[in-house]
Design a protein around this ligand. Structure first.
Ligand code: FES
Length: 224
């Protein structure tokens, strides 16, 4: 049977080389963006995968450190944690100013549902849902059926004149404000989850732990 050059069956060494090249490329991409779960993820890339110390360790919940010093105002970055997209959004003063007025439009404005670590749903956390109000840390998974919402910071536009900026799920249209609180009328039942995290230093957020004592093993959001 004639075979064109393109359809030539690849020999084992060729396949192996391709596989190595793919792995190498992936490693190089990753190595330039993250030092692993024990290192610090750069804010200069939009999506960062973690490969070190091991995927198993990360999947099991090893914390991931994120350098937030290079995030620009209104910029959102994504880092993998437990194979989930962990977002950090640096909110502008204008974005923060819109949050207190959102209450009448929200399903759970006071964070009554356990979609954030215990203790992060009271008082000053109500509007911001973050330790430092400027930096929002969320898991970017819609609480309806698990799609990844889009970050739509610009008010108005195709989402209508009442849209103040936030997150819009492309699957069935759920909308969340810039604190990840779900808007009334959305099919999603709950706010976007806030992962356990704390500040290792003024510019490094550790996602996957609530304090320096280690992992928060007994807490997960109701839906994520
Ligand atoms: S999965 Fe997001 S609205 Fe359905």
């Amino acid at each position: 049977m004639n075979r064109s050059p393109e359809s030539k069956v690849k020999t084992s060494p060729e396949v192996a080389n391709e596989s190595v090249d793919r792995e190498r490329r992936r490693f190089l991409i990753t190595a330039t963006t993250v030092i692993g779960a024990v290192g610090v993820a750069s804010a200069a890339v939009p999506f960062i995968g973690s490969m070190n110390p091991s995927r198993k360790a990360v999947a099991a919940g090893s914390p991931v450190d994120i350098d937030i010093s290079k995030i620009h105002p209104a910029e959102l970055i994504t880092v993998l944690w437990r194979h989930k997209p962990a977002w950090v959004l640096r909110r502008t003063p204008e974005q923060l100013a819109a949050l207190p007025g959102m209450d009448p439009t929200l399903k759970d404005p006071r964070n009554r549902q356990p979609q954030q670590p215990p203790g992060m749903a009271k008082g000053v956390y109500d509007y911001w849902r973050s330790i430092d109000k400027e930096y929002l840390v969320l898991i970017g998974i819609c609480t309806h059926l698990g799609c990844i919402p889009d970050y739509v910071p610009k008010p108005g536009g195709s989402l209508g004149p009442s849209w103040k900026g936030g997150f819009h799920c492309p699957c069935h249209g759920s909308m969340y404000d810039l604190a990840g609180r779900v808007l009334k009328g959305s099919p999603a039942p709950l706010n976007l989850p806030v992962p356990p995290y704390y500040y290792v230093s003024p510019h490094v957020v550790r996602v996957g732990a609530l304090n320096k004592g280690g992992l928060e093993e007994n807490w997960t959001p109701a839906i994520w």
